[in-house]
Design a protein around this ligand. Structure first.
Ligand SMILES: NC(=O)c1ccc[n+]([C@@H]2O[C@H](COP(=O)([O-])OP(=O)(O)OC[C@H]3O[C@@H](n4cnc5c(N)ncnc54)[C@H](OP(=O)(O)O)[C@@H]3O)[C@@H](O)[C@H]2O)c1
Length: 247
């Protein structure tokens, strides 16, 4: 999807609140789309007047920031996946991870959950998504928790898993940077296979029923108790998945 050269009327000016990971990414993408971006403003700074105020603050700060933004714009939105629209007019949640320093094309082609309390608010959210090149899809408040839990399992928990792999590799004498360089292509290919095939993408000793190998892995991770607990939960979950694949 290409970024429109002329932004739709309702995205003429956007005041961003919160200059963290997403606030910075939104600022770069909206500016690249020709939107007049004010801010992002930080904690305690006055929020400028604009067509839209978009809150890019932690979920726990949304109510406070929304109160500060009242009267600054016709529409106030948040960027949270899990938070209801109780305190704002619309929500726009890009289904991507922003770790800081992302370029203006970071939203190109990604899914973006949109919602609005009114038709006008929903249209503004969809328009913002279009301006940054994202594909919008509607999300109801009562489905947000499950939607966002799926996103966190797919992204945040993946980092926890890869960190565990990096640390276990460390016990085999592999330096952290080397471990990441070696394991990342494996993880990427696995993700690609899973995207294409779903659960049948599972390979490895559990899928093959090589229980003695799995027991040796368990012994090898015992020195890292938190990793061992993770291993046990994932071994059991993976066995269930392998059974499902076999049935
Ligand atoms: N990062 C992502 O991958 C991602 C993806 C999709 C959606 N989101 C959503 O984006 C929102 C922000 O997440 P983030 O990852 O960008 O968080 P972040 O990197 O921690 O940044 C949050 C920023 O908001 C500022 N802030 C906190 N309270 C404020 C207030 N009352 N007024 C103005 N600024 C305030 C913080 O300043 P201080 O440092 O002073 O606290 C910080 O600069 C969340 O709702 C999150 O769900 C994030």
């Amino acid at each position: 999807m290409s970024i429109p050269s002329t932004p739709p009327r309702e995205t003429r000016s956007v005041a961003l609140v919160g200059s963290g990971r997403l606030g910075g990414a939104f600022a770069r993408a909206l500016r690249a789309a020709g939107v007049d971006v004010l801010g992002p403003t930080g904690r305690g700074e006055e929020i400028p007047t604009a067509d839209i105020v978009l809150l890019c603050v932690p979920d726990r700060e949304i109510a406070h920031a929304a109160r500060a933004a009242r009267g600054r714009a016709a529409l106030i939105g948040h960027t949270s996946g899990a938070t209801s629209l109780d305190e704002v007019d619309f929500g726009i949640h890009p289904l991507q991870t922003f770790a800081g320093g992302d370029g203006p094309d970071a939203f190109e082609g990604i899914a973006c959950a949109v919602a609005g309390r009114t038709g006008e608010a929903l249209a503004a959210s969809e328009s913002l998504a279009r301006a940054i090149g994202a594909r919008s899809f509607p999300i109801d408040d009562d489905r947000r928790a499950a939607y966002h839990a799926a996103a966190c399992i797919a992204s945040n928990f993946l980092v926890t898993l890869e960190d565990a792999a990096e640390r276990v590799a460390g016990t085999a004498g592999i330096a952290p940077a080397d471990a990441r360089a070696m394991l990342a292509p494996l993880a990427r290919r696995t993700l690609d296979n899973w995207e294409r095939q779903g659960a049948p993408a599972l390979t490895g000793p559990i899928a093959r029923g090589d229980d003695a190998t799995v027991a040796r892995h368990r012994a090898a991770v015992a020195a890292l108790p938190d990793v061992a607990a993770l291993f046990d939960a994932l071994r059991d979950g993976t066995r269930l998945l392998a059974e499902r694949n076999a049935s």
